[in-house]
Ligand binder design. Sequence first.
Ligand SMILES: NC(=O)c1ccc[n+]([C@@H]2O[C@H](COP(=O)([O-])OP(=O)(O)OC[C@H]3O[C@@H](n4cnc5c(N)ncnc54)[C@H](OP(=O)(O)O)[C@@H]3O)[C@@H](O)[C@H]2O)c1
Length: 288
Amino acid sequence: MMARVLVVGAAGLLGRYVVRAFAREHEVWAMRRTDLDVRDREQVERVLRTVRPQLVINCAAISDVDLCERDPGLAFQVNAEGPRHLAEVCREIEAALVHISTDYVFDGRKRKPYTIADPPCPINRYGASKWAGEEAVRRTWERHYIIRAARLFGFGGRNFASSLPLLLRTRTSLPAIVDEVGSPTYAADLATRIAEILARGQPGTYHVTNSGACSWYEFACEVARQLGCEGVRIEPVRSADLNRPAERPLYTVLRCLLSEQLGLTPLRLWSLALRDFLEEVRSHGALR
Ligand SMILES: NC(=O)c1ccc[n+]([C@@H]2O[C@H](COP(=O)([O-])OP(=O)(O)OC[C@H]3O[C@@H](n4cnc5c(N)ncnc54)[C@H](OP(=O)(O)O)[C@@H]3O)[C@@H](O)[C@H]2O)c1
């Protein structure tokens, strides 16, 4: 059934894919930061009461992990207070709320895939702010779908994974981390899966990534292989050697108990999703 859907953070990497995926079947209101700033409780109330959506999808975040470490005030305002504002107003207007979270709520010390039964224990401020946002949503409004994603890649993204095709086409060498392992996830696949989860109507906490796991080094090598850029020297580096402001969890592979229970099949392998991403990049003429 067609619904009125309001997407927050609609100009971001995931937001753009979500808008496109939901616009196929729903009336979508795409809100960029300049249209709706989640830090502003009054604005959140005004916009949601005007649009009256049946569903709100929150893709807004400060997703730059090192920026969060340098400016934890901003991180907590956007990643924790923002979702609380949305959950409060969604409760008032009885709209379901999808809130996107992250594998970085975990400390990365486990060597088996994390499930929703594993207690979060963030090791940086990004993870801590996202965990606080999840908890605010859980406490506030029961019709929530908290979806933990990981290592997103997609066209127009500003992060390492999304920038790799262009980096590999323009550089002769590139450092890539060997000891951070997780599951790269195509934002298009995540957007489609969000719709599939909503169709099941079972609120709760979900883990959604493409299948398979790799280090950033392995990911970069596969991107280079698929692009035919094998001449680029990909230099293995260790996470700790980069001296970044924020420490990263070293292992964040996720397993989704709730999807298994609902009979949702695992998303395809990340290396297959990568093919479609690179095709999308080529179709935009972004690699010429
Ligand atoms: N990227 C990843 O690898 C990754 C991994 C796991 C989970 N996630 C989660 O996935 C979600 C989407 O991430 P993404 O990669 O799409 O991030 P993104 O590309 O950085 O997009 C986030 C969007 O949020 C907007 N925003 C920032 N502050 C805001 C505010 N105060 N009010 C409203 N909007 C605001 C940004 O707008 P401006 O650009 O104008 O500031 C941007 O358009 C986030 O919850 C993130 O934590 C991401």
